[in-house]
Each structure stands twice: as C-alpha cells, then as structure tokens.
Design a protein around this ligand. Structure first.
Ligand code: SF4
Length: 366
C-alpha cells in the first residue's frame, strides 16, 4: 500500500522533492492543496508539473476517511463514524455553539487506559492513528459543511489518549495550527485533554502552544486509581507538581475536567481537597455530569448536589463551569464514544450527507 502523503512533515517532503531536483517552495504548494484546498487527487494540483504529479501519484496516496454514519442530535451536535483504510472505525463529534464550531477529534482507535466511567475503554486499544488520520477527521467534516461555515475550534478529546500517541498527535497539531500552509486553527483554539502522562505533558508544553486539559475526576489517590488506572503510575502529587511547574503563557489556564459521579467524588471534603490540589496552579474547573452508557453502573448526581459542589468550589475562589451534555441522545457526549454504528439515534444517516444549517462538547476523553 502506498503511504499517505499527509503523513510527511515539511522536512520529509522537502527531502523527497530535493531528491527529484524540485525547489523547496513546492513543499508549501503541495501542503496548501492538501490542507487548505482539500484536494482529493494529485491531478488537481495544477501548479505542479505533470511529471511531478505523476511521481507523487506513483509513490503516495492522498487517502480519505470513509463516512459510515452521521448522527444528528436534537441539540445540533453531529457525530461522525469514520472507517479507516484497514476497516477500523473511529468517531468525531461536531459541536455547534453560539459563536463557535468545535470538532472533537480522536487520536487512537479505542483506548487502552481503562477509565472506569468511559465507554471507549470497553473497546480496548485497537491502534494509534497516524497524523493523516487525525487531520483527515477535520478535513472530512469540513467537506460536509456549507461554504459559510468553518470549524473554529478543535479539541483532542475523542477516542484515545492523545499523549500515548505523542509523535503523530504533535505532527497533526502542527498541520491543524499552521496558518500559512495548514488548516489554520489557532493553537489558542486547540485543546488537548490527557489523563495525566507526566513526561509527555512537559514535552507537549515545550513543543506546542495548545491548551492543556487534565482529566482529574477525583481528589484522592485511592478513588482516582479506582476510576483511572493511570493514577497508579502518575499519582496525584506528581501530576499536580508537574502542572505547577509548567511554563504557561500569560493568561493561560489549565482546565481540570471533573466527571461527577453520584456518591463518589462530590462531597464537601472533595471540594476542599480539590481546592488544595489546585493550589499554585492557574486553573479552571469543568464539571461534567456523568453521561450514562450501556453497561455502566455509575449515575450522575442530581442538580442540587451539582450546584452544591460548584458553589463550594466557587466559594473557595475557583473558576468553575458546568459542561452541558451535548449529543447524549446519540451517544456522542463525554465518555460515550464507542466507534460503532448505532441505531438509537435522533436522526441517523448513512454516508454522503451535507450539514444543512448551523443548528445550534464533548466526548470520550474528558
Ligand atoms: S477517558 Fe480517555 S483515556 Fe480514559 S479510557 Fe476513555 S478515552 Fe481512554
């Protein structure tokens, strides 16, 4: 099988072109065709010589994802089920809000981290995605949008742990964020969510300018290790020390995601402990009422308990948001992504559709 040209970084493409005595400026010409104009074939790249186009065709594929299903929620959220070249499937979720259009992107097919509250964990890890497969989720969704709509934000919070697929994820982030030849979503509008892989978090902040979100979900090692096995490797003290030491740009905050599980992690004592853990960190807290999925025994707390926890954190001086469930009727909300064709959707269509209008986040990894 030919390799996908979108997996080459600028240097690799320049080296390939150099071996054919082609000028370095060709790199950007090709990248603009791929990431800005969304070319589906080398034949479309009319500013390249026919000889170069033939060489490209011989050696590389452009590769697109196949849309297996698109499910539309009554709240305007749209879940895309994509098939990869080896028939593995992944999901992306498009979340329209008043002034933004956010795409939640997957970085792995399935996930091997086994978080107890997450549907994706039930799949286990099938494989890492390549940079092209990560980026192609944005390109494919973009192709389905009307001309006056554009994806304004990207969140790496879909299926998988992005930092467990570090190299391909960072390569994809470069393509997403480059305004000159890439997709052009500002890094300030890209958020990467991680369960807390300490060495990779430090590397990520040194190498990119994306926003960081940490899936915290508990205030003691005992509970967090039950919910998230990764905590045994990187316990709370080590994770929070890492967050405290990160050289964040001015006015940036780290988002701490906190899924609220009935009777498990939202006591007054939890609020105090959470506040203590965040001491010395520029932080904001996203509370996510648990989104049920088949096979899960967890429940979400009632609205009053949620409000109590939120108020307790606010009174301790924290910025707290409650993340509304989006797309829960189509299993597209946080922790619900399963990578399978579903039948119980509000409106479900099999491949080849266009998003008709701006009808009005998020998903597995939160
Ligand atoms: S929450 Fe994220 S890291 Fe944990 S199992 Fe789900 S996808 Fe994997």
């Amino acid at each position: 099988m030919k390799s996908n040209i979108k997996d080459l970084d600028s240097q690799e493409l320049e080296d390939w072109l150099g071996a054919r005595r082609e000028a370095p400026y060709r790199v950007k010409q090709i990248q603009k065709w791929l990431f800005q104009k969304g070319a589906g074939s080398f034949a479309e790249m009319t500013n390249l010589s026919s000889g170069l186009r033939a060489d490209l065709e011989r050696e590389y594929s452009i590769g697109r994802l196949k849309t297996l299903q698109r499910s539309c929620s009554r709240d305007g959220t749209i879940k895309f089920l994509f098939e990869l070249a080896d028939a593995v499937s992944i999901e992306s979720v498009l979340i329209p809000e008043a002034k933004r259009l956010t795409l939640c992107v997957s970085t792995q097919a399935g996930c091997g981290f086994g978080c107890a509250f997450c549907a994706t964990a039930l799949m286990g890890l099938k494989r890492n995605l390549s940079a092209s497969e990560i980026v192609e989720q944005i390109l494919e969704v973009r192709r389905s949008l009307p001309a006056d709509m554009r994806i304004t934000h990207a969140v790496l919070m879909g299926m998988g742990e992005p930092l467990a697929n570090y190299r391909q994820t960072v390569k994809a982030v470069r393509i997403m964020s480059d305004a000159d030849w890439g997709i052009g979503i500002s890094p300030r509008r890209i958020t990467l969510s991680t369960v807390g892989l300490v060495p990779q978090i430090k590397k990520l902040i040194a190498e990119t300018h994306v926003n960081l979100a940490i899936s915290l979900h508990a205030t003691t090692d005992e509970i967090r290790s039950q919910l998230m096995p990764v905590n045994r490797k990187y316990p709370l003290a080590e994770l929070m020390d890492c967050c405290r030491s990160l050289p964040l740009p001015k006015r940036r905050r780290i988002t701490f995601e906190y899924v609220m599980l009935q009777g498990i992690n939202h006591s007054a004592e939890d609020a105090r402990r959470l506040s203590g853990l965040l001491n010395g960190i520029r932080a904001k807290i996203n509370l996510i009422p648990f989104n049920p999925h088949p096979g899960s025994s967890y429940r979400r707390p009632g609205p009053e308990e949620l409000l109590q926890f939120q108020n307790a954190l606010r009174s301790l001086g924290h910025q707290v948001n409650v993340r509304e469930a989006r797309g829960d009727d189509i299993q597209a909300a946080c922790g619900q992504l399963l990578g399978a064709v579903s039948s119980e959707t509000a409106s479900s269509e099999q491949s080849g559709m266009e998003v008709a209008s701006h009808s009005s986040l998020l998903t597995a990894h939160s």
